[in-house]
Write a protein that binds this ligand. Structure first.
Ligand code: SAM
Ligand code: SF4
Length: 475
């Protein structure tokens, strides 16, 4: 029987599970990687068409070094063509690490008695946000363990608190969330608080492996998590982020499953995820895991390039879990957002190490500990325009009604100009004189690339207004 890649054995229905592990393995086991097929598939993606699971399976099975290089080149071209040279910046803010679950890979798990449990007080949250604003941050993701104290109401409260903190020219304009799955009412509550993206990683899409890593607590329920972002969509929270924790199970399986999840959301809600994350497991307090599925750097780079080609419309996030060299490399192949100046210890943005008394309450170790300023300096040196843009979600350009791609010329008309304006704000308010000079040079160069666009004069005039003291100008 010929395997039909478009018909899934489990049909897509709202709030119903959709992962069939045998089916995903069937795709992987049947896909043959030949030169012709790989060329065809790359060409389809460069035409900005989504790849189906069979095509993704061909790419994950590709091991011939020449063809792998072509996959990397394809992803690089697609990223340049589609996203331009912007990189959006954000920072995580850990609110609390109490947790009822026992995820085997996580330093916050309930059984880890070495972890000191902390929930920031409202005053501490304000101090953290002020410190982040002093560095120039405009976009945060708030992170919480899973605990009765971190209810939807509490999450909504912290979101509003963060939006309310204004220091000098600083303000947080977009608050995203990474927290446990909520019920429908819970998602309604956090949506009403004005969140940006709600991010939930499935960790592993293989139910058997999932049970092993999540032996107890609420997170044990694979399907409750799998269908969580459906519940978000049910209340119109259409800005959602998916992800898998690489290193728990075969990376090829996870890549196909992420695409399957994307297909599910598109089929049921006409809108795919806003972002995909692909964290790799990092060392954490008391971590005791087999390395069988750990992903080496070479496969990691290939995996990111394949994801880029598979879902050309979806934002891709790479965090400071990865070391500088990997971040620099992987950014070329498709990443659109990175964190900068990240600190994972609770309270660390406003407290010195001494004040923290070496408390052990970080979830895992990070490998890129550069400050936001250093990262911006490095991005500019490499011709990337750092962006703090938050325009779309504030103008309601989210979800089914809007996809960066579906509107021709959108990036040039909106994204690049907004990157330029938010970078100008940063250069005026927070940058050192050297970085400021380099930044303006890069902006001049980028404006030349935009030549012919109707709004170039308007961008220049808004840059002047920012230099005169106005803030928060966007298209
Ligand atoms: N508690 C919520 C949950 O589990 O969904 C949200 C926060 S959890 C702190 C955020 C993510 O961190 C998890 O979804 C997991 O993918 C990732 N993570 C956990 N342990 C990690 C480790 N040792 N290395 C890298 N990432 C890890
Ligand atoms: Fe708790 Fe999330 Fe860590 Fe699991 S990953 S132990 S749910 S904080």
């Amino acid at each position: 029987m010929k395997f039909n890649p478009e018909k899934y054995r489990i049909p897509d229905e709202r709030m119903k599970p959709f992962i069939d592990p045998d089916e995903i393995w069937e795709f992987i086991n049947n896909a043959k990687s030949t030169k012709e097929r790989v060329h065809e598939i790359i060409a389809k993606s460069l035409d900005k068409k989504r790849l189906n699971l069979e095509e993704v399976a061909v790419l994950v099975n590709t091991t011939d070094p020449e063809l792998v290089e072509e996959i990397l080149q394809g992803a690089r071209t697609l990223k340049r063509k589609v996203y331009g040279n912007r990189i959006v910046l954000f920072a995580p803010l850990y609110i609390g690490n109490k947790c009822i679950n026992n995820c085997k890979y996580c330093g916050f798990r309930a059984s880890n008695k070495e972890a000191k449990r902390v929930t920031l007080t409202d005053e501490e949250i304000v101090k953290e946000v002020e410190a982040l604003e002093d560095n120039g941050q405009k976009r945060l993701i708030l992170v919480y363990g899973e605990h009765p104290e971190y209810s939807a109401e509490y999450i909504a409260h912290t979101v509003k608190l963060v939006y309310g903190v204004k220091k000098a020219n600083g303000e947080i304009r977009r608050v995203n969330i990474n927290a446990a799955p909520l019920d429908i009412e819970g998602f309604r509550t956090v949506k009403e608080a004005g969140i940006g993206t709600y991010q939930i990683f499935q960790e592993t899409y293989n139910p058997e492996a999932y049970s092993w890593y999540h032996p107890s607590g609420k997170k044990k329920d694979f399907n409750w998590r799998l269908t969580s972002l459906d519940r978000a969509q049910e209340v119109g929270l259409d800005d959602v982020g998916i992800g898998a924790l690489f290193g728990l199970y075969d990376w090829r399986f996870e890549v196909l499953a992420l695409v399957r999840h994307t297909n599910h959301l598109e089929t049921c809600y006409n809108v795919g995820p806003h972002t995909i994350s692909f964290p790799r497991i990092k060392s954490a307090s008391g971590l005791d895991l087999t390395e069988k599925y750990f992903v080496n750097d070479e496969d990691f780079v290939k995996m990111v390039a394949i994801l880029r080609l598979a879902v050309p419309y979806t934002g891709m996030i790479l965090t400071a879990r990865e070391p500088v060299s990997v971040r620099r490399k992987v950014m070329q192949f498709g990443v659109s957002q990175i964190d900068g100046g990240t600190k994972l210890e609770l309270g660390a943005y406003h407290q010195s190490k001494n004040e923290q008394q070496n408390l052990n309450h970080e979830q895992f170790e990070i490998n890129d500990s550069r400050s936001l300023g250093e990262i911006i300096d490095d991005l500019i040196d490499n011709d990337y325009i750092p962006s703090f843009c938050t325009a779309c979600y504030r103008l309601g350009r989210t979800g089914e009604h809007f996809m960066e791609f579906s509107v021709p010329g959108f990036i040039k008309r909106f994204c690049t100009p907004n990157a330029i304006l938010t970078l100008t704000e940063y250069l005026v308010d927070y940058a050192s004189p050297e970085v400021r000079e380099k930044g303006y040079k890069l902006i001049d160069k980028t404006l030349l690339d935009l030549d012919g666009q109707r709004n170039v004069d308007e961008i220049k005039s808004r840059m002047e207004r920012i230099k005169q003291g106005e803030r928060d100008l966007y298209f």
